[in-house]
Design a binder for this molecule. Structure first.
Ligand code: UDP
Length: 497
């Protein structure tokens, strides 16, 4: 008879080197570990040093969760020393080099699989080689994209139907066809890979789409009740097998979990909480543009003046393009005038801790999917300021489908994480902030919808909830796969999952 240790599942988790991918992957590994699965998260040295606290803490509390560090061949790929994640990049020329370095991780991954013989691997969409590595060892490979069903359905529709071709102008709206809702876009909002045939972006897209055809399944950080029609479309129309197991950030229940999630915060959490405690419920706007996006001094100035003119209290997380501008972008006397009214945090804030505070009543976001789900889980309506990746799809989902957010009015997809131009003027910023945070019907309705969705998100991850049940079903299935493969020894490598 098999011992308990023989029956225990062991899963590898291998995220892409970006905080928006590593943070939710770690949350997912914790979710599996909390169900008795042994989990090993593969990280490169600098990222491990930043992210290990929360994982070590879970292990000290009894979870079978581990980190496996592998060298990042950044210098070999032509990157400067110390660049190990997307937010370390300082020029667009670094992007292909970073992807090149990531590609070189196939061999160390295979060595780890050879050594530890995990039962399965959950690897990021940007690591297509994981499919081949897993198939060599006859183990199931899951893909994690880090985004929603909706955005993947929109993307597939755009790729298959090319509705943007033949539209008279870049600003003229066109319908994204074949979807459950009427979603409109403009050509300006499209990702680079729709504009440049055979460019770097297209190459990356094709690589991961190919690898996706051969995987065992897809893990989605979403929940069935949020986007049922898109989950259905994904499965029935696109033919993909997926498990919605989110919002995974809700795994972080206490303050320490929330503070340790991601980079070291630039402000003591007690200071933030005390500041928020002094504010009325729903009165504070939280402003953050994710782990990568950076603004020019000119745009930061517009935001500062727009916020002051709106008269709304705020917490604003600021990342500048140029380090030397960190102190100098604010208008004369701004910090004195905003004393008690606004709190500026530089570089990294404990986002989930802040969003979950009852004083927070709005979120100005760049529409990264993690941020969207975290805001939604906290029941907070949004001002959407998309920049790159699939963020315009997320904006459309929030504003056109869920109707719990107001677009700030950004028109154009940015092909780099730095936004040099002024994209939105102070008048527009003040106007949308007042509309969302004010007492008008529009703001009230959005707040109500956001609260309802926040409740549904929490129910989904509780016992008996849809995401919780999906995780149970997935673990049971993997246990069956393990059992089957141990009885017939290993699945032959020709039998690819
Ligand atoms: N985040 C944070 N503090 C910050 C900035 C970001 O905790 O100051 C976290 C945020 O909670 C989210 C992740 O970093 O989990 C960012 O992911 P998202 O998909 O929103 O955007 P990306 O950084 O990938 O553009």
């Amino acid at each position: 008879m098999d011992s308990e240790a023989d029956q225990q599942l062991h899963i590898f988790f291998f995220p892409f080197v970006a905080y928006g991918h590593m943070i939710p992957t770690i949350d997912i590994a914790k979710l599996f570990a909390a169900r008795g699965v042994k989990t090993t998260i593969i990280l490169t040295p600098l990222n491990a040093s930043v992210l290990s606290n929360s994982i070590d803490r879970e292990r000290s509390l009894g979870l079978d969760i581990h980190i496996q560090v592998i060298k990042f061949p950044g210098v070999e790929a032509g990157l400067p020393e110390g660049v190990e994640s997307c937010d370390d990049m300082t020029s667009p020329e670094m992007v292909p080099k970073l992807f090149q370095a990531v590609k070189m991780l196939q061999e160390p991954l295979e060595q780890l699989i050879e050594e530890y013989r995990p039962d399965s691997i959950v690897a990021d969409m940007f690591l297509p080689f994981a499919t081949e590595a897993a198939s060599k060892y006859g183990i199931p490979r899951f893909v994690f994209h880090g985004t929603s069903f909706n955005s993947q359905c929109v993307e597939e529709s755009l790729i298959c139907h090319r509705p943007y071709v033949g539209i008279a102008s870049d600003r003229e709206p066109f319908l994204v066809p074949g979807l459950p809702d009427k979603i409109e876009m403009t050509r300006l909002q499209l990702n680079e890979h729709f504009k440049v045939e055979n460019g770097f972006h297209t190459e990356v897209r094709n690589l991961f789409r190919d690898a996706e055809q051969k995987n065992y399944g897809i893990l989605v950080n979403s929940f069935n009740e949020l986007e049922p029609a898109y989950a259905m479309h994904y499965n029935k129309v696109l033919g993909k097998r997926a498990w919605a197991i989110g919002p995974v950030s809700l795994r972080n229940r206490d303050s320490i979990d929330k503070v340790q999630r991601g980079k070291k915060t630039a402000i003591n959490e007690h200071v933030v909480l005390k500041w928020l405690d002094s504010k009325k419920p729903n009165s504070v706007l939280y402003i953050c543009f994710g782990s990568m996006a950076r603004f020019s001094k000119a745009q930061l100035l517009e935001i500062a003046v727009g916020l002051e003119d709106s008269r709304v209290s705020f917490i604003w997380v600021v990342r500048t393009i140029r380090k030397e501008e960190e102190e100098s972008f604010l208008p004369e006397g701004f910090e004195d005038r905003m004393e008690g009214k606004g709190l500026i945090i530089r570089e990294w804030a404990p986002q989930v801790l802040i969003l979950d505070h009852p004083a927070v009543g709005g979120f100005m976001t760049h529409c990264g999917w993690n941020s969207i789900l975290e805001g939604l889980s906290a029941g907070v309506p949004m001002i959407t300021w998309p920049m790159f990746a699939e963020q315009f799809h997320n904006e459309n989902f929030i504003t056109q489908v869920l109707k719990m957010g107001i677009p700030v009015g950004v028109e154009k997809w940015n092909d780099w994480i730095d936004a040099e131009d002024v994209q939105v003027k102070k008048e527009k910023i003040a106007n949308v902030v007042s509309r969302l945070m004010g007492d008008g019907e529009e703001g009230k309705n959005m707040r109500m919808r956001a609260k309802e969705l926040g409740e549904k998100a929490k129910v989904a991850v509780e016992e008996g909830g849809s995401s919780n049940e999906n995780l149970t079903a997935l673990i049971q299935e993997l246990q069956m796969v393990k059992k089957a493969s141990t009885t017939r020894h290993r699945v032959p490598s020709s039998q690819v999952f």
